[in-house]
Design a protein around this ligand. Sequence first.
Ligand code: CAA
Length: 384
Amino acid sequence: MQLTREQQMIQKTAREFARRDLAALAAERDKNHEYPAESLKKMGELGLLGMLVPEQYGGEELGTVSYVLAMTEVAYACAATAVIMSVHNSICCGSLLRFGTEDQKQKYLKPMTAGDIICSFALSEPEAGSDPASMQTTAEKDGDSYILNGTKRWITGGATSKLFIVLARTDPEAGHKGISAFLVTRDMEGFATGRLEDKMGQCASDTTDLLFTNCRVPVDHLLGNEGEGFIVAMSGLDDGRIGIAALSLGLGQAALDQAVDYARQRVQFGRPIAQNQGLRWMIADMATDVEAARQLVLNAADKKDQGERCSKEISMAKLYASEMANRVTGQALQVHGGYGYTKEFPVERLYRDARVLTIYEGTSEIQKMVIANEVLGDKKKPKK
Ligand code: CAA
């Protein structure tokens, strides 16, 4: 795909920022589990937190292709920062744009695009991961409020974000049609952050439970109509998954580049290991894998920009790119030999950071369900 001048500019700006500001801090932030607050503020100033939001709400509306290009660059330097960027830009800003009232958009989108408010998405629960329609968190109408009760799990930014899109059950009898979406702010009474997960990777981005105990949410914080929450979540996840696909691509590219650098300079048996055919074939496989993922990501992004239905292409990109990132980071670690297994080389972090990519925002198995449903055409098509 031929990038426009504007897309190339955005890629260059994101690359310069990520390699200058994020890369240098990524290892330390990972080690200390330090949230990248300062970097997120700068990203707001650079327009990286409202990339799909129209100018009237403070964004740049640069399109999905530009968005995935920028996401790839940010992930190349720091996957933990990239996942915060992804959830915020795509699921959160996207859902507000699609389902928000004019007042909600006016109130939240400007501070979100500026990076003053980072938003998170709360769908999963202890007993509802791949099957969110079985969620148990309830939202009961009481006068001009809804009262939320329940626990959300695996929430990216649960300890740090100021705003949350929370899915809760407003009708216990109506299955997925009984779920509604709410805009919940951290200061609402009855809202608390629960346990912090001690994760394997992406440690600079916190992942926590959210606890709702008679949390009173004003009715004007309902996002979309009552009962429309599952559609808010599913269409939000289409947006989110393309971000995670691009994140995976950035991680894979970083691992490939690290492996190439190392193979060129590591001398064994009197010559750089890059001169060994076994290693050259490995590099060729890795480069082909990264390129295949890039084409799937750009194709899905382009289709989205053309306004075409593209859940299948997005799931294909997420499936392939996240599996690729796991393969390629593993191979890059192998190229580094024993050094790759130490924290002296960034490839160790890339390997850990890649592992969750085939799990969050829909496991690989869920992506295959979405793809198969579309290919076989035996499920009702989504309306939005
Ligand atoms: N867009 C809009 N609507 C959609 C849709 C889409 N992409 N996909 C489905 N829908 C609609 C359907 O049209 C249907 O609507 P109607 O009732 O009006 O006909 C409704 O949603 C139900 O569809 P299904 O019957 O297909 O739903 P299902 O219960 O069988 O589930 C699923 C389908 C794809 C498996 C879905 O449950 C799913 O995606 N599961 C995985 C959940 C997930 O990805 N969780 C990640 C958590 S978020 C996270 O990780 C974020 C983070 O912090 C990093």
